[in-house]
Design a protein around this ligand. Structure first.
Ligand code: AMP
Length: 292
C-alpha cells in the first residue's frame, strides 16, 4: 500500500496495488457505506462525474483503474489504450476519492479463468455482437472487483449503456447486495461524448466526431415526427456519410431496457438509439435515450 506522492492534493487518498491488501485495508470500513467506480483510467470529466456521484452518497469512495485485457477482442486496441496513471492519481486525489485500487495484472488474474458468462439475448446485439467475448471479460473483472471491494453502491456511465444492462443483470443473477447507479453521459461542448479513446483523435477528428451525437439527435427528431425506424435510420446514415468519414458498425433503435431492436415506436415507452464505428483507427460509441 502506498500513499499518493503529491501530499498537497492527496493527504487522504490511499493507493493499493493488490487484492489481498485492499481486502485487509477495507476491513476498517466494513460498516460504512462504500461507493465504487470501476474504470480503465485515462480519466476525464465523465469518469469524475461518477466519482462525484459516489462521494455525495457514500462515506467512502473507491475507484479502480485497471486496463482489463480479457475485455479487449483486439490486442492492438489493448496495447494502444491510453494510460496516464500519474495524471489520474492527481485528478482522483484532488476530487476527494478515498481509495484508488490500481491492481497489477498478476493480482487480478493468477491464471486464465475457466469461468464464462452468458447474458442471453442481451449480449447478442450491438457491442456483444461486434466484440466477441467483450462482455464475458467485463463480467469477469467486475465480479472480481465486487467480491474484493464489497461495495454498497456502484456507479457506471450511460455512455456504455449495454454494459449497464449487463452489470444490472449480473447483480440480479448473482444476488449481489449492491445498489446500481447509472450516471448521464458527459459531453464535450460540440456534443462528442467524452471517452479515453478520444485522446487518440486529432483535433480535426474531434470536431468531425460531433456528427455522431448529431446523427443520434436527428434519428430521434425524425422518429418523434412520425417517420418509420427504417426511414429515420436511413436519413441518419445519409447524414453521417455527408459529414464524417466514419466506418459505421451499427446505428440501432432499441428498447432502452432489453436493448433489443424494435419495429415501431410506441407512446410513453423508453427507447435507446445507439451508434458505434471507427473514426480512423479509433472505435467510438455513443447513445441517447428518449421517450416515444
Ligand atoms: P472506462 O474507463 O471507459 O471503462 O469507463 C469507466 C466508467 O466511466 C464506465 O462506467 C463508463 O460508462 C463511464 N464513462 C465513460 N465515459 C463517460 C462519459 N462521457 N460520461 C459518463 N460516464 C462515462
Amino acid at each position: 500500500m502506498i500513499y499518493c506522492e503529491k501530499p498537497i492534493y492527496c493527504w487522504a487518498m490511499v493507493i493499493i496495488e493488490t487484492a489481498k491488501e485492499l481486502i485487509e485495508y477495507l476491513k476498517i470500513y466494513r460498516n460504512k457505506e462504500l461507493g465504487f467506480v470501476p474504470t480503465m483510467g485515462a480519466l476525464h470529466n465523465g469518469h469524475l462525474s461518477l466519482i462525484d456521484a459516489s462521494l455525495q452518497a457514500n462515506e467512502i469512495t473507491v475507484c479502480s483503474i485497471f486496463v482489463n485485457p480479457t475485455q479487449f477482442n483486439d490486442t492492438s486496441d489493448f496495447d494502444k489504450y491510453p494510460r496516464n496513471f500519474d495524471k489520474d492519481i492527481a485528478l482522483l486525489a484532488e476530487r476527494g476519492c478515498d481509495v484508488l485500487f490500481l491492481p497489477t495484472l498478476e493480482s487480478m488474474y493468477q491464471r486464465e479463468s475457466l469461468l464464462s458468462f452468458s447474458f442471453g439475448a442481451l449480449e447478442c446485439v450491438m457491442e456483444g455482437a461486434h466484440r466477441a467475448g467483450h462482455f464475458n471479460g467485463v463480467a469477469l473483472i467486475v465480479s472480481k472487483l465486487f467480491n474484493i471491494i464489497k461495495p454498497s453502491r456502484v456507479y457506471f456511465g450511460q455512455k456504455d449503456l449495454q454494459q449497464c444492462a449487463i452489470i444490472q443483470s449480473l447483480i440480479k443473477d448473482l444476488s449481489y447486495d449492491i445498489e446500481f447507479n447509472m450516471c448521464p453521459i458527459i459531453r464535450e461542448g460540440n456534443g462528442l461524448a467524452m471517452s479515453s479513446r478520444n485522446q487518440r483523435l486529432s483535433e480535426s477528428e474531434k470536431e468531425e466526431a460531433k456528427a455522431l451525437f448529431a446523427s443520434l439527435e436527428l434519428t430521434k427528431t425524425n422518429l418523434l415526427s412520425g417517420k418509420s425506424i427504417k426511414e429515420a435510420v436511413d436519413l441518419s446514415k445519409e447524414y453521417l456519410k455527408n459529414n464524417i468519414s466514419f466506418e459505421l458498425e451499427y446505428l440501432e433503435v432499441a428498447n432502452a431496457e432489453t436493448l433489443q431492436e424494435i419495429d415501431s415506436i410506441e407512446q410513453g415507452q423508453e427507447y435507446a438509439i445507439c451508434i458505434a464505428g471507427f473514426l480512423g483507427r479509433v472505435r467510438l460509441i455513443d447513445n441517447i435515450v428518449f421517450v416515444g
